[in-house]
Ligand binder design. Structure first.
Ligand code: TRP
Length: 325
């Protein structure tokens, strides 16, 4: 039986951090054997916000592709490609724009929030959700692995698929979100790890930088020095231990933190060792890829070729149904 199709996408934010890795990338790697998978670096989407800041866009794309490969996405199994290299996304976006009522786009929560907060008012930004629908539908994807925040976008994609199929005939399956269990990954300041908070540990950071960042990490504010009892349940350092430190060591850390015997300085050193050990093979691979950008660019070109083949198949069906040549 043919494998089901997965489309996933990420904006090119450059070097990925632990939150991106645990939240998305690790899931993609786990799915790649069982699905026909397309992983898209959505550079056009990023233009909605960074249209004045494009000098580093290409480098951000390449650094992200390096992280994908270093984390274990296998380019023989997954088409890894740049959205703007597959122009069919734009054609489908245009055709779908003719059948999409503007209120559907105006009520997308991310549109409402960001247009107010960031003052974004472009036509392209209003179409953000529609462009995402085109990304998904052009591969006739069955599943889209996303976090909860993206559910309204997937719902919009389904509504648009239904409307197209109803007007012109069946082309698109209705894509389902594949909700992934995302561990909470706190950043250095205790808030959710995010590039926009500048609180991240990057996959690309060296072991030394990682340890230095952890030294500054927020802990239980009532544990000021070794000897004070701490509360692991509210400590972001402990949350990271739960992800990166071997589980059989957690009970001891928990106990010694609570008793005061374990101080934060030593505890953070331990965490740095755990994280650095977990990331070591990925960082090693990353360095090899950075020294071999020709290969990374070949992977992106090959991925675009495979994506294009599937996208062109879909567009042939779409044009036929719409009586377009
Ligand atoms: N909106 C997604 C995000 O902010 C990015 C994205 C664009 C996407 N197109 C996609 C995600 C298609 C999944 C599928 O993360």
């Amino acid at each position: 039986m043919a494998k089901k199709v997965i489309l996933s996408g990420m904006q090119p934010t450059g070097r990925l951090h632990l939150g991106n890795f645990e939240g998305a990338l690790a899931n993609w790697v786990a799915l790649q054997n069982d699905y026909d998978m397309y992983c898209c670096i959505v550079d056009w989407h990023s233009l909605t916000e960074r249209y004045k800041d494009l000098a580093s866009l290409d480098d951000d794309i390449v650094q992200m592709a390096i992280d994908y490969l270093a984390a274990g996405l296998d380019p023989h199994k997954v088409a890894i490609f740049i959205q703007s290299q597959v122009k069919e996304h734009a054609e489908l976006h245009l055709l779908l724009s003719m059948i999409t009522p503007t209120p559907w786009l105006e009520r997308v929560p991310s549109y409402k929030e960001k247009s107010e907060k960031l003052g974004l008012d472009s036509y392209g930004f209003l179409g953000y959700g529609l462009l995402q629908a085109a990304d998904i539908l052009i591969y006739r994807a069955d599943f889209v692995p996303v976090g909860k925040d993206q559910l309204p976008h997937i719902e919009l994609s389904r509504e648009i698929a239904r409307r197209f199929n109803g007007l012109y005939g069946e082309v698109f399956p209705e894509p389902q979100a594949k909700l992934t269990k995302v561990p909470e990954v706190p950043g250095i300041d205790g808030n959710k790890m995010s590039k926009s908070y500048s609180n991240e540990i990057a996959i690309a950071d060296t072991p030394e930088v990682t340890a230095d960042k952890l030294k500054k990490m927020f802990t239980d504010p009532e544990k000021l020095r070794k000897g004070d009892p701490g509360r692991p349940e509210i400590c972001p350092v402990f949350t990271l231990h739960k992800i990166y430190t071997p589980h059989e060591q957690l009970a001891e850390i928990d106990r010694d933190c609570r008793s005061g015997e374990l101080g934060c300085v030593a505890d953070k050193k331990h965490l740095a060792e755990s994280i650095n050990k977990a990331l070591d093979p990925i960082r090693q691979k990353r360095r090899e890829l950075e020294a071999n950008l020709g290969y990374v660019n070949d992977v992106l070109a090959e991925g675009a070729k495979r994506a294009r083949a599937r996208a062109q198949e879909t567009m042939a069906m779409v044009r036929e149904k719409m009586h377009l040549r």
